[in-house]
Design a binder for this molecule. Sequence first.
Ligand code: IPD
Length: 279
Amino acid sequence: MDTTPAPSELVALEQLACDLALEAGRLIVDERPDRLGVAATKSTATDVVTVMDQRSEELLRTRLEQLRPDDGLLGEEGGSRQSRSGITWVVDPIDGTVNYLYQLPAYAVSVAACVGDVSVSGGWRPVVGAVVNPMTDELFHARQGGGAHLRHAGRSAQLSVSNQTDLALSLVGTGFGYDAAKRRKQAALVGELIDQVRDIRRAGSAALDLCSVGAGRLDAYYESGLNAWDQAAGRLVVTEAGGVVVGRSGGAPDADLVLAGSRALVDRLAPVVDARPLG
Ligand code: IPD
């Protein structure tokens, strides 16, 4: 079901996404245990879950059940509920969990309301998104047709992507998955790009990387293997900031590829990235 909510409902959903991201962001900072350990591992021994990932998702799940009982849910830590309204919340309770574990201040809570089928890679799209970095108190948010904004220190600023068109002068973000074989391929692509761009950044949170593109702090970003929760909210921040987000061969972004930036830069980067399947 692909039912875009009416503009007035989008405003309310965006506000809710912001409130939830801020509340979960406070939780993961205020209630972080002194000795935070690894509660579980997922795809590999380095793909970790902490107790705060679980508590943050529990908070988001409980609030959404109370406030939006007909909406669906897809959460990184296993939260899942079928949608009866056509809207599904896609949440990452801590994006950048490894940064969180090491106390590097680049992690986020990401909350998006999406339409379409979130169980199908590329079969859904975000209509509202909020990403908070609780260490910098920055809240990035967007709604379809409403622009992208950054709220910080009591101020709100409208975001727009960078106007850099020269790949050689572009700062490009990327990330790596957890699987060793895939990481080798991802590193090989970085090796190919490194002398074609200004520089490469690997900050450790896909949600914040996408928001950095929306804010013009990165000229472009690409990553292969992102889950829906890593990309949902940040993608909308990019497109509402005037950028584009594509997948392989210019198709819809999905688990295979997310490539974000201004149209001009995405067109320059796409042939290089497309030439090297990373899956
Ligand atoms: C990870 C981060 C990282 C990206 C990985 C993601 P997680 O999410 O977004 O930057 O490179 O692909 O899995 O595991 O910290 O939620």
